[in-house]
Design a protein around this ligand. Sequence first.
Ligand SMILES: *Cc1c(COP(=O)(O)O)cnc(C)c1O
Length: 394
Amino acid sequence: MLRSHKNFRFKNFSAPRKINNKNFMIPVNEPIIAKNAIEYVTDCLKTGWVSSAGKYISLFEEKFAQFLGVKYATTTTSGTTALQLAFLSLGIGVGDEVILPTLTMIACPYSIIYTGAKPVVVDSENDTGNIDVDLIEAKITKRTKAIMVVHLYGHPVDMDKVIRVAKKHNLYVVEDAAEAHGATYKGQKVGSLGDVGCFSFYGNKIVTTGEGGMVVTNNKDIIDRGKQLKDLAHSPSRRFLHEEIGYNFRMTNMQAALGLAQLEKIDKFLETKKEMAYLYNKSLSGIKGLTLPVEKEYAKNVYWMYSIMVEKEFGLTRDELMLRLKEKGVDTRSYFIPVHKQPALTKRGLFVNEVYPVAEELSEKGLYLPSGLAITNKQIEEVCTKVKDILNEN
Ligand SMILES: *Cc1c(COP(=O)(O)O)cnc(C)c1O
């Protein structure tokens, strides 16, 4: 059984849509809300601990740190603010450069730009879509302060190589593990390998708080700095005295209560993801023109999203396949648009004439199939059958 546990299935996220008045769209993502969440969130409401103080904040932070095997964790309002807080806590700002993959979500370059620093992008490796670690060193300048890696769609980056380059050039490593809760690199959880790890708890992530994020580290100075900056930068010596500009990135107790309940279920959630990938792999392997996701020997992929590549031999483009699937009641999403192609950034004079062929190609042929925690074996089967039907109709 894919899902034997009797958790609530929440329908308000990318909700199933009625088509033809009888069928329902298989959503690209539908979360499962743990039973305990109702009790924990209700406890916040009943006791009045609805804001950013309260026991669930510290419980969630403690348990999350424990889960990852790190010393410290602090909650934030989103994955985006977690990244921003990470860079601020490392003292990164105007005049600095941060290296990141171009094939990633826009929150990554934004978080660098918010600090005043400059994003410098690197192409992808072909199979995982992750940053091509062999191309990082060529991008390092005197201004480089950090390398940000993103464990894309749940597959860990080859961290040893990143850490080696970072050590050699005295750079920080920031891991964006927003899509990879529980994924491991050589047995170690991602987010715990660099100087700072960042997580998102948005509704479609493996652990959710509705909206929310977390910064984790083994470094006491970094976490202390983060806690101060995320809470308006009160002076340690005198509350309401502010010697520098701070931020309000505080999570609420209610969000942490939801997060704690979800975190209690993470082993089951990861099992569900693994089985989902197994079933998709089994059914889709051997289809000419579809490239399925990989799992490198050093990694445990958590398949946040089950992503496939639509190659020329498939006979339809990625966009055509997405459209045909939609007509048949299957919702999908295309890959991210590379950072160096984003008008919001190129308008600022960034990435002029820069070309990253691997990321550009992946971005054009990649899509992900319904992959939410609430997906059933039957739905997976249905999706695969429809892919095959489309191929036969062609
Ligand atoms: C979701 C995500 C974020 C941003 O998280 P939010 O909680 O939505 O702000 C950052 N990076 C990656 C790779 C993500 O997938």
